[in-house]
Design a binder for this molecule. Structure first.
Ligand code: NAD
Length: 337
């Protein structure tokens, strides 16, 4: 069993913890939190051992009726791999803690690319993370773009990617984010930073990205144009994407015309927290003009990176091949529609 600790138990951390707990070859040894808030209480209800991310705050947990196993560095010392799910920039500060215990760690997409030996999306570069000590699971948008680019690159060759990312203003719980009533070019300069981030996965790729932010919390939506090296048909691209386990091609008859209905669908299907781990590509949007392929896809920012974190654990511990890891993660998490 691979012993895994999760440091930072917010939007991403609580999902990573559940996903690790569900795997047959992993043991969740605990989660570390800074404060005994509602998420700490539900972690305890789920039977997860609690560690204090800030040791001086241990009494606050006791006062809130939460038993603490110890301080975060005990969890780090005991783990084979730590998944750092703290806010952007905190992971970098935590790296010294992991190094001091010789514990390999996974960081999230909010950290700079150079925090890890490799930036990771299982579909594109699983093998690059074999045996690595420090890996960065890239952002939700980079993960979503990479899962489409990888099969297109393999099947047809990619000449150039142009993507416009319509980004949610914040996650549902982030009530200080916005805009509330505006449509913001964000970042206002073109191209945005997303393209260079995708190049941490595909170093040779030509890609330009543009970003906007809108008053929504549900999902991001990408408008994607990929110029391919071969002539293709829309039907062939669709078939290719339908074969991808982490791409959900929405069929015309489902009546899903936006992110709202996608989230309804996920809740109705009994998905935990209404999560959509897959890229959600509108089948009828897949269009081809010569060598130019177009599509719209929705990306559930809170959950698409979760299966990638699980696969990164297996790659770093060299405990499974890419195909076996992806299949196991998908089976035990429930990925695939
Ligand atoms: P979050 O704020 O929801 O959760 C972070 C958690 O870490 C919070 O519970 C916070 O209290 C805790 N924390 C703060 N300082 C800590 C410390 N020193 N030690 C331990 N815990 C600490 O943030 P999030 O949305 O889960 O983002 C985490 C990382 O994942 C970031 O790098 C982010 O860029 C990345 N990411 C976020 C999303 C998303 O849409 N939310 C998607 C993909 C990647």
């Amino acid at each position: 069993m691979i012993r895994v600790g999760v440091n930072g138990y917010g939007t991403i951390g609580k999902r990573v913890a559940d996903a690790v707990d569900a795997q047959p070859d992993m043991e969740l040894i605990g989660v570390a939190k800074t404060q005994p808030n509602f998420e700490a209480h539900t972690a305890v209800q789920r039977g997860y051992s609690m560690y204090a991310a800030i040791p001086e705050r241990m009494p606050l947990f006791s006062e809130a009726g939460i038993d603490v196993e110890g301080a975060v560095d005990e969890m780090v010392a005991d783990a084979d791999v730590v998944v750092d799910c703290t806010p952007s920039g905190i992971g970098e500060k935590n790296k010294a803690l992991y190094e001091s215990h010789d514990t390999p760690a996974i960081f999230q997409g909010g950290e700079d690319a150079d925090i890890g030996d490799v930036s990771f999306v299982a579909r594109a570069n699983y093998d690059d993370a074999l045996g690595a000590d420090y890996v960065r699971a890239v952002s939700c948008n980079t993960t979503g773009l990479s899962r489409i680019i990888a099969p297109l690159e393999e099947e047809y060759g990619v000449e150039k990617v142009r993507a416009t990312l319509v980004r949610r203003g914040g996650d549902p719980g982030q009530n200080s984010r916005g805009p509330i009533n505006d449509i913001l070019p964000d970042p206002i300069h073109i191209p945005s930073h997303h393209g260079p981030d995708v190049r941490t996965i595909f170093p040779e790729l030509k890609i330009d990205t543009l970003g906007l932010k809108v008053p929504a919390t549900l999902m991001h939506v990408h408008s994607l144009n990929v110029t391919l090296e071969d002539d293709v048909t829309a039907a062939h691209v669709r078939q290719l994407l339908e074969e991808e386990s982490r791409v959900f091609v929405i069929s015309e008859g489902m009546g899903i015309d936006g992110a709202g209905k996608l989230k309804d669908f996920a809740h109705d299907a009994g998905r935990p927290r209404g999560d959509l781990w897959e890229n959600c590509v509108w089948g009828e949007s897949i269009a081809v003009e010569g060598r130019d392929m177009y599509l719209f896809q929705a990306i559930h920012q809170e959950s698409d990176v979760i299966p990638e974190n699980v696969d990164a654990i297996r790659a770093m511990t060299e405990s499974a091949s890419k195909a076996d890891s992806v299949a196991t993660t998908d089976e035990y998490l429930g990925v695939g529609i």
